[in-house]
Design a protein around this ligand. Structure first.
Ligand SMILES: CSC[C@H]1O[C@H](OP(=O)(O)O)[C@H](O)[C@@H]1O
Length: 369
């Protein structure tokens, strides 16, 4: 997306043709910092410590991490070791394993001398494919926004709530939940986005709000607990969120707090959509509550908050007593029954095994549902 007059992706090959540049998202919205990953371990750190985050972007970063390793040591042992190292960084987003499996399946049969070039090529392809998948999600989600706009009076706004950041910063470009919003704005539809701050790391307040402001999308930051209140008062026309792993029967794992939004939407008859590229579907599991691993992150992410001090410096402040420990589950699971539809690159699927198989028939045999 454009940042000022410069187009950015979230990750790209450095001009040296070997290292990999990323936007280090920890410092947004206050500073746009680019970091250079020079090794697979750098890529692992960037994923684990959330310099980059978001399921599709995690996958592409891991793919480049494999390429960085193949340039250093293209052996089978190194290939397996880097798969293990990168896979261990974060447990929930299925795109991580999907990308690592893609890379290993490609590289294993190749002579070692050919592996580095093939790995960089494939990582670049995965990045480009992500952009195209998101464009497809955008087109399919746009139709839903158009339909809501058509039921409104001329000039009335379509009010959309989103949780966390499933924007271009969570992918290589365009985003998943935000792709339809960007297209709606470009089409002249009056859209407005309520942005959940999304505690504890505030991906909404820091990242989604930054994206919306940068792209000129009218938006309002709200605390996570305000969404139900707004839905009760008819202020929300639809909810669009992303996902880190959706099961074969449509259970949706996403940032903590998503389930509560889905409950409020269900109770207030607000359409609740989930935007996802097909690599985010885990066809091997059906029961999300039972089978999706939920990442438990450091409690300090709850107790400490980053921000800009009055003197302009970035700092962390503690918001709870030193003696108070904090629990920090990073994701929750929304049962398929609460999901209105899954916006994919191939169309909008019912959140069910049948709905997903109808759009992805080639996955039917592999489906656990
Ligand atoms: C398009 S995937 C975005 C997804 O990833 C976020 O999690 P995190 O920031 O911890 O990587 C969040 O669940 C978003 O919905």
């Amino acid at each position: 997306m454009n940042v000022g007059d410069r187009h950015f992706r979230t990750i790209w090959l450095n001009e040296d043709g070997r290292s990999v540049d990323i936007i280090d998202q920890r410092w947004l919205p206050h500073e746009l910092r680019v970091e250079t990953l020079k090794s697979a371990n750098d890529a692992a750190t960037a994923i684990r410590d959330m310099w980059v985050r978001g399921a599709p972007l995690i996958g592409v970063t891991a793919a480049y991490g494999v390429a960085l390793q193949m340039r250093t040591d293209p052996s089978d042992v190194a290939l397996d070791a880097v798969w293990d190292t990168l896979h261990a960084t974060r447990p929930t987003a299925i795109n991580l394993k999907w990308a690592l499996d893609e890379m290993r399946a490609l590289l294993r049969p190749l002579p070692e001398a050919e592996r580095a070039a093939a790995a960089y090529r494939r990582a670049s392809e995965l990045a480009d494919e992500d952009v195209e998948l998101n464009r497809g999600i955008g087109r399919n989600g746009l139709a839903l926004i158009r339909a809501i706009a058509a039921r409104k009076k001329p000039g009335e706004t379509v009010n959309i709530l989103t949780h966390c950041n499933a924007g271009w910063l969570a992918t290589v470009d365009y985003g998943t939940a935000t792709a339809p919003i960007y297209l709606a704005l470009e089409e002249g539809i009056f859209v407005h986005v309520y942005v959940d701050e999304t505690r504890p790391r505030n991906q909404g307040a820091q990242l989604t709000a930054w994206e919306m402001a940068g792209h000129g999308v009218p938006h309002t930051l709200i605390v996570d607990n305000a969404g139900g209140h707004l839905m009760q008062r008819g202020a929300i026309d639809m909810v669009i969120v992303g996902t880190d792993r959706t099961t074969a029967n449509g259970d949706v794992c996403n940032k903590i707090g998503t389930y509560l939004k889905a409950l409020a939407a269900y109770d207030n008859h607000v359409p609740f959509y989930v935007a996802l590229p097909s690599p985010t579907i885990d066809w091997t599991i059906a029961d999300g509550l039972r089978d999706v691993p939920i990442e438990e992150r450091d409690g300090d992410e709850v107790s400490l908050v980053w921000g800009r001090a009055p003197d302009g410096t970035l700092c962390q402040v503690r918001i709870s007593p030193d003696a108070t420990g904090a629990a920090n589950p990073a994701f929750d699971v929304t049962p398929a029954r609460l999901v209105t539809g899954l916006i994919t690159e191939r169309g909008v699927a019912e959140a069910s095994a049948a709905g997903l198989k109808a759009l992805f028939p080639e996955k039917a045999k592999a489906s656990a549902a």
